[in-house]
Ligand binder design. Structure first.
Ligand code: SF4
Length: 678
């Protein structure tokens, strides 16, 4: 029997590793590595290696469902489409289009995300967002403001030519293991690696200098480093003069951020702050890698801007081995944002509050009017659902009932809607609350493009059919659009990409035929353009071609430890699970290795709490409580505890405090108490 090798993109993290699905008689029988892939070079991490395991899991949704009493009944696609069209129509007629909200998915293709935001806006609602709101919204706001582009500035393989790599708020050895290989390569070649994190992690083990800061004090640490760099004359004055504005204001804002003062805030020694500043500023090519340890704070946008400031005052941008590298969590979170599945942007980061944007897309889409934004963000939608301002939600491939903070409030808000439609591959916690559930196709069961964290657009081909009567999200969205009276006549992903070529300038030259030959890194403005691996080598797309240095001041996290809640809970990921865990907890080889929710507690704290390793404990915050196993460690400081967020329970505890601009919840800092379960 002939075996066919189908090229696909890993469904998990933003590294965007490639591999072949091996197909025989229409079934996925294995995978083969892709040695020629520019990022993964034939490597995959434990999650990538297990990617086929959930495809035929017994929990896959195979048919549309409608709520009946406490359970669900199987229905036809025709009946499902009728229910959705009537339900959305009723809400729009009664409450106006603003009574409806859409959540797009960073697990879906670019083409699918483009159609989700287009469907929402053609229906007249500005309320469309995606889970970037929970991970990298501050990167979108902060990098657009400071550098004029919301993407990683340099390609992943470029990390190998860095001479100093500053990793802050990222445990990439577990979360982006294949990117970590490039850090190791640079380190083996003599690069200095600095890691700043509240926890000792697999990433910090490789560091030459480890800065174990108190959760929520990143702006202070970065300001302290800027203080040292300016005071010791380690700035790149020529670069600042030619390429930036705002330096004097930064100099003024960090003048009191001496290492001694910053040490009191962050818990990092003054000497280490000075060492880190000198190493980063004086190397010939330094890069900064960061992730959700930076963004998931009520100061997330400030954190990102403080990172840009460091790169700008030292001139570590626009050259190989330099750059600002936000490591995206999901495989298409970059693409979902590029496609305008965001409350404040239409496709191509055109501002939703700009009349020119509205005019442009009205003309491009052939409609007389479109809603002006910004719409409600993902977290704001939940609040509006709770207050009755949003009456219907359409959620594609997201699980807010599990992944949003204070998840018990999310449950209540979603339960109270007149209509909740969920399109997914599994019966997630959110799908269990839905009125209509539509079965989706997983990544290997459909085709389309994905954009990884370095802006690399890749084509992923269809390897196998989805189970039962499940359909790709693109097919479903077209059917829903037509049921609502819209002209949604797209025969395939390529036809949507052709429209994206016309409406998103940085994707203008990215066609399916070119992607089948090789990946392309945006901006790629014409069909003969090779793509742009390094941004900002010839100035910035901001006023006067200059980047903006934006001074920021340290603000404490929204919640601090108190008498009642004496610990700071911080959350994150582990190597074998991903996000809300809907796929990895259905992959036996991964679940076996990390089957239960746990909480890391410092051994000294555990002694005081009379908790032994493996004991069941109850973790409580002002929002709620959850049970977990204690894992004793020296890797978190006293007074700090850590829980992975892949299991139901963790987000019962997290705070709803958000960044005032990017509206990302502060998943990384919640006050809690712990008692042993007797
Ligand atoms: Fe998949 Fe990310 Fe692992 Fe690569 S590093 S195999 S993209 S999970």
């Amino acid at each position: 029997m002939t075996k066919v090798l189908v090229p696909t993109v890993c469904p998990y993290c933003g590294a965007g590793c490639g591999f072949f699905v091996s197909v025989e008689r229409g079934k996925a029988v294995g995978m083969e590595y892709m040695p020629g892939h520019p990022v993964s070079e034939g490597a995959l991490c434990s999650k990538g290696n297990a990617a086929l395991e959930f495809l035929r899991h017994q929990d896959r949704l195979t048919t549309p469902l409608r709520r009946r009493g406490e359970g669900f009944a199987r229905i036809s696609w025709e009946e499902a489409l009728g229910l959705i069209a009537r339900g959305l129509g009723d809400v729009i007629r009664r409450d106006g289009p603003g009574g409806v909200a859409f959540l797009a998915s960073s697990k879906c293709t670019n083409e699918e995300n483009y159609l989700i935001e287009k469907l929402a806006r053609l229906l007249g609602t500005p309320h469309v967002d995606n889970c970037a709101r929970l991970c990298h919204a501050p990167s979108v706001v902060g990098l657009n403001r400071t550098l004029g582009a919301a993407g990683m500035t340099n390609p992943i393989p470029d990390i190998a030519s860095s001479r100093c790599i500053f990793i802050i708020g990222s445990n990439l050895a577990e979360n982006h293991p294949v990117i970590a290989r490039w850090v190791h390569r640079a380190h083996d070649d003599g690069a200095v690696v600095i890691v700043a994190d509240p926890r000792e992690t697999h990433t910090s083990w490789v560091a030459d200098l480890f800065l174990q800061l108190t959760p929520g004090t990143d702006v202070a640490l970065l300001s302290g480093m800027a203080h040292v760099i300016i005071k010791e004359g380690l700035i790149d004055g020529d670069y600042i003069a030619r390429n930036t504005s705002g330096f004097e204001a930064l100099r003024e804002s960090v003048k009191d951020s001496s290492p001694e003062r910053i040490s009191e805030i962050t818990g990092v020694s003054p000497d280490d702050i000075v060492r880190a500043a000198r190493a980063y500023a004086s190397s010939p090519a330094s890069s900064i890698l960061y992730s959700m340890g930076i963004t998931q704070h009520s100061t997330g946008t400030d954190n990102v801007q403080a990172i840009s400031n460091l790169a700008l005052i030292t001139g570590h941008l626009g050259r190989p081995g330099t750059g600002v590298m936000p490591l995206r969590g999901q495989n298409n979170v970059q693409g979902a944002c590029d496609m305008g599945a965001l409350a404040e942007f239409y496709p191509g980061y055109r501002r939703a509050d700009d009349p020119e944007t509205i005019g442009y897309f009205s003309s491009a889409w052939g409609v007389p009017a479109l809603p002006k934004g910004p719409g409600l963000t993902a977290a704001e939608m939940i609040g509006a659902a709770a207050s009755g301002d949003i009456r219907a939600m359409y959620i594609v491939g997201e699980d807010p009932a599990n992944s949003d903070p204070s998840s018990q409030n999310v449950h209540r808000a979603l339960e109270g809607l007149d209509l909740l439609v969920v399109q997914d591959i599994f019966m997630t916690a959110t799908a269990k609350l839905a009125d209509v559930v539509l079965p989706g196709a997983a990544w290997a069961e459909k085709e389309g493009s994905f954009t990884n964290t370095e802006r690399r657009v890749q084509w992923s081909s269809k390897a196998i059919d989805p189970p039962g009567s499940a359909l790709s999200d693109l097919e479903t969205l077209c059917m829903v659009g037509r049921a609502l009276g819209l002209e949604f006549a797209y025969p395939d992903a390529a036809s949507v990409l052709e429209e994206i070529n016309r409406t998103v300038p940085s994707y203008a030259g990215i066609t399916r035929d070119r992607l089948r030959e090789s990946s392309l890194i945006w901006p790629c403005p014409t069909t003969d353009h090779p793509g742009t691996p390094i941004l900002h080598s010839a100035g910035f797309k901001l006023a006067g071609g200059r980047a903006s240095i934006v001074p920021v001041s340290y603000r404490p996290a929204a919640e601090g430890a108190s008498w009642d809640y004496p610990f700071i809970l911080t959350t994150g990921r582990v190597a074998v699970h991903h996000n809300a865990g809907s796929m990895t907890r259905r992959s036996p080889s991964l679940l076996r290795r990390e089957p239960d929710l746990y909480v890391e507690i410092n051994t000294a704290d555990a002694l005081r709490l009379r908790v032994a390793d493996g004991d069941e404990v109850i973790v409580t915050t002002p929002r709620g409580e959850t049970e977990a196993y204690a894992r004793l460690t020296e890797g978190v400081k006293t007074g700090v505890v850590f829980m992975p967020f892949h299991f139901p329970g963790t987000n019962l505890l997290t705070t709803e405090a958000t960044d005032p601009e990017a509206r990302i919840p502060e998943f990384k800092v919640s006050a809690c108490k712990i008692v042993r379960r007797d």
